[in-house]
Write a protein that binds this ligand. Structure first.
Ligand SMILES: NC(=O)c1ccc[n+]([C@@H]2O[C@H](COP(=O)([O-])OP(=O)(O)OC[C@H]3O[C@@H](n4cnc5c(N)ncnc54)[C@H](OP(=O)(O)O)[C@@H]3O)[C@@H](O)[C@H]2O)c1
Length: 248
């Protein structure tokens, strides 16, 4: 896929990977719209060259309005990239039901809200690409990741099922699985070294999109070990997870 002239909507683009992705997409000739809660940070990312529209992913009506604005000003959305997430850890000694619900609402329900804003039009046009961002916590339960992990495991499954159902309608679904990118969400899992800067991550995502990959995982040397955690026996996992998380 040639990214030039594609209308791309990055949801969660005020910081980190989403911000770098917006800049990289623009450098590759895409028409870029960006969304997050912080209007000021969005404008800094945009530099006046992108359509920046503040919206909270937990508000489906607000996302519908953003999709309408993008369609009116740039054209129908060709690629939706959903990076918005809340990686807040849980504390098992002070279980916070509200925090759990908020994390899942942003990181999982928020993705459904964004998908719902573009899917009817993509179905009509029989074209489009939907991209979601998962994490190592999508594969196994890590310490303090009960909420973020549940949301990302759910998102992994949502994207897989959507790929099955949307593909016959001409819609592509891509799962991005980053590990160790230097940003806020990257700090959520102790023990995983943050070796990648957001610009490198953004280039990896754009290269994967150009090659029409269903799965984009980076860095390559960690992608397979992350998936292999699924093979560890359930009985051994509590010890293994603590050991991985305590690595310096
Ligand atoms: N960094 C890593 O190593 C790593 C590893 C695995 C997976 N990931 C995944 O990759 C994606 C990007 O990660 P990142 O590290 O770049 O994250 P980040 O720096 O924390 O950025 C998250 C973005 O989401 C936006 N956001 C948060 N809550 C929102 C809400 N309610 N409504 C709208 N926007 C919201 C934030 O902007 P506002 O605060 O302005 O709303 C921000 O732009 C996430 O899905 C993360 O789970 C990252």
């Amino acid at each position: 896929m040639d990214l030039q002239h594609q209308v791309v909507w990055v949801v969660g683009a005020s910081t980190g990977i989403g911000a770098a992705l917006a800049r990289e997409l623009q450098a590759r000739g895409a028409k870029v719209a960006i969304t997050a809660r912080s209007e000021q940070r969005l404008q800094e990312v945009s530099g006046g060259a992108m359509l920046s529209l503040a919206a909270d992913v937990t508000d489906p009506a607000a996302l519908d309005r953003v999709a309408e604005r993008i369609t009116a000003e740039l054209g129908p959305v060709d690629i939706l990239l959903m990076t918005a997430a809340d990686p807040r850890p849980m504390d098992v000694t002070r279980w916070d039901r509200d925090a759990f619900a908020e994390v899942v609402n942003v990181s999982l329900v928020g993705a459904s809200n964004a998908i719902g804003a573009v899917l009817p039009d993509m179905l009509r046009r029989r074209a489009g690409t939907i991209v979601g961002f998962i994490a190592p916590v999508a594969y196994r339960g890590f310490p303090a990741q009960e909420a973020y992990g549940a949301a990302k495991a759910g998102l992994r499954n949502l994207l897989e099922a959507l790929d099955v159902d949307a593909r016959p309608h001409g819609i592509r679904v891509t799962t991005v699985s980053p590990v160790g990118v230097r940003s806020f969400a990257g700090r959520s899992l102790p023990g995983i070294p943050q070796t990648i800067d957001p610009d490198t991550a953004a280039r990896a995502v754009c290269d994967g999109l150009e090659r029409e990959r269903g799965e984009i995982a980076f860095p390559g040397r960690l992608a397979t070990p992350v998936k292999l955690t699924r093979l560890a026996p359930r009985a051994l996992w509590p010890v293994l997870a603590q050991r991985i998380s305590r690595r310096p």
